[in-house]
Ligand binder design. Sequence first.
Ligand SMILES: *Cc1c(COP(=O)(O)O)cnc(C)c1O
Length: 486
Amino acid sequence: MHVSDWDAVLDAVLPTARDYLASLPDRRVYPDTSPDEIRAVVDRPLPETGAPAEQVVGDLARDLSPFVAAHGSGRYFGFVIGGLHPAAYGAELLVATWDQNAGLYAPTPGAAVVEEVATRWLVELLGLPADCSVGLVTGGQMANFTALAAARDQVLREVGWDVEADGLPGAPRIHVVVKEGRHVTIGRSLRYLGLGERNVVEVACDDQDRYLLDELRATLARLEGPTIVCAEAGNVNTGAFDRFTVLADLADDHRGRSNPTWVHVDGAVGLLAAASPAHAHLTEGLARLDSWSTDGHKLLNVAYDCGVTICRHPAAHRAAMSVRASYLVQGDGEVREAMDWNPEFSRRARGMGVYATLRSLGRSGVAAMVERTCELARRFAAELAGSGRAEVVNDVVFNQVLVRWLPPADHDPDAYNDAVIAAVQREGVAYVTGTTWRGRRLMRISVSNWATDRHDVDRTVASMLRAAIAVAEPAATAASEPTTAG
Ligand SMILES: *Cc1c(COP(=O)(O)O)cnc(C)c1O
């Protein structure tokens, strides 16, 4: 291969990258397409002979561009999907270029030290104990899994059982306490860990999907033995935070009755609130708990994929994850070995994006980003409630807004809400998704992008109102629908 091949590949891809990034403020937010339309341009028989790399990626850039969902758009509010900060993007280009295997220090000294710094910064930014251990994993799912693996190690070790060596057969029972409104990745983690998705003690929630504290207190009072409690910073629907000070007190009481106890916080949506002084009331007591997970690729706006596990008990975290093999080259504790803290073996240097983003934003920039997104969520809530056509059904304490569109008399309420969501998606000015919450279909708005501004919110609200009216009165509005997303 000639050096010039790299130039040809860059020349084939970079113009598309530039055009795409420049188009973000105005392009359709979600492609109006079908799987077959996409197959028509990319699906072909496995080639026998191949083609020059620059030709392949040039074709891919041209052919696939129309089908890209603009997650980086300031008007993408679907699921909980963060944007891409320019510093994270630049770091990502370096990660791809250098292609480091950041599983250990030895193969990749530079990336390993950058990740050492990035993880220390994260702990400091979030106000968590300085001696916490950190794993940089693929996402919130694996962050929950990793933290709960550490929890499983610790609560069983305290009763004399080594789960890594001996497994779960014959082990003392672990009570896993969860709440009704938990994220599905908690159950999935418990499944991976052999603890069983159904083998949990479920506690009822209040109207914002927070633990009902009296119920949790009563539940813990009747449990004996190793106990793991799964709490949340930022519910995926309501954005609500559990009351951590009370949880920490309850955990102390439970421990005081000789029960090994661990409280894990799924903070995929909201852990970053701890970096914002304006949200200090939501995160009080957070630092007294045992483990925390969050997503770099949500509100921190680093590239996919990046999740974070932070753990107050490094020994349990390391026992759950670390690996030794005769051929590996591992340090004596002088350097951070990612493999000690991750379920992965080989891995990309995802901490580079965290490092670059934190260095570019600084502590005050992160706080401002969190506060801006949450303020814009409140703006959505105020404008939609003020329209008279919708009600906001959650307390908008963070970046999540749950909206119920008020159906005209002859419309089925759930079908109407789904139709409004579909009409917004079709118009392409903005993108939102729905949820079923407490038996009702709702529109769910997640403001998770550093790039979103007031103008984006106002344009999105206008699109939503057009959709609500068009679905309610199709004949009256057919003529006035915009023909392009603009
Ligand atoms: C998104 C999310 C997860 C899963 O995170 P991934 O990064 O998608 O793996 C877990 N918990 C909550 C509350 C989430 O919102």
